[in-house]
Design a protein around this ligand. Structure first.
Ligand code: ADP
Ligand code: ZN
Length: 209
């Protein structure tokens, strides 16, 4: 199954993609995670994207497209994958079309208030990237990752100004993809304002029955 997860920042795409990918043994390919990893390791790519990401803007299309193309050409993505955070613009979607056939696009629906509340409470593990939330999904010990004992922190782009920018960027550049995929009969809406378990149940019902 080759899937795209679409939705505003804070819809929980990352969490859901991680869980569903594990359930169905397909890799979760998150462009955001790839970029964050590059920033952390201070690679050439990381240095290029650091300030763009911190401010909540999008990384240039060409760079992002080449990266995803390379990632999807690897063996583990042959049978299926979940694209989490890609495509985010019409040119990215057109490019993807030219090298992959997608089975479905899951559109996670949620309103702005909930997004802001979720993102500002989000904590990310510095070591393994696991995602928590101070209210909805707290770690067993405050500030410490349940999986690996790593330190939990607030991503630079989870600060309030960046959150507002990311929502605006989403509306201008990414939301048009909803219509784009609807016209291709690939779009499936899933309510993302409910619990993770509910969203997954709804998604599995849509995709695997
Ligand atoms: P979010 O929680 O906003 O969905 P992500 O982890 O998916 O965040 O992405 C974090 C940042 O990485 C984005 O704000 C953007 O700067 C960059 N990024 C991720 N995916 C893409 C993409 N497909 N195109 C351009 N930039 C991207
Ligand atoms: Zn961790």
């Amino acid at each position: 199954m080759k899937l795209i997860f679409l939705g505003p920042p804070g819809a929980g795409k990352g969490t859901l993609a991680g869980l569903v990918g594990k359930q169905h043994k397909i890799p979760q390919i998150s462009t955001g995670d790839i970029f964050r990893e590059a920033v952390k390791k201070q690679t050439e790519l990381g240095l290029k994207v650091k300030s763009i990401m911190e401010r909540g803007y999008l990384v240039p299309d060409e760079l992002t497209i080449n990266l995803v193309k390379e990632r999807l050409s690897r063996e583990d993505a042959r049978k299926g994958f979940i694209l989490d955070g890609f495509p985010r613009t019409i040119p990215q979607a057109d490019a993807l079309n030219s090298f992959q056939v997608i089975n479905a696009v899951i559109n996670f629906q949620i309103n702005d208030d909930i997004v802001i509340r979720r993102l500002s409470g989000r904590r990310t593990c510095r070591s393994c990237g696991a995602i928590y939330h101070i209210e909805n999904r707290p770690p067993k010990t405050e500030g410490i990752c349940d999986n690996c004992g790593g330190e939990l922190y607030v991503r630079d782009d989870d600060r309030v100004d960046s959150i507002k920018k990311r929502i605006e960027v989403y509306k201008n550049q990414t939301e048009p993809l909803i219509q784009y995929y609807r016209e291709k009969y690939l779009l499936k809406n899933v309510d993302a304002s409910v619990s993770v378990e509910h969203s997954i149940e709804e998604m599995n019902r849509i995709l695997w029955t």
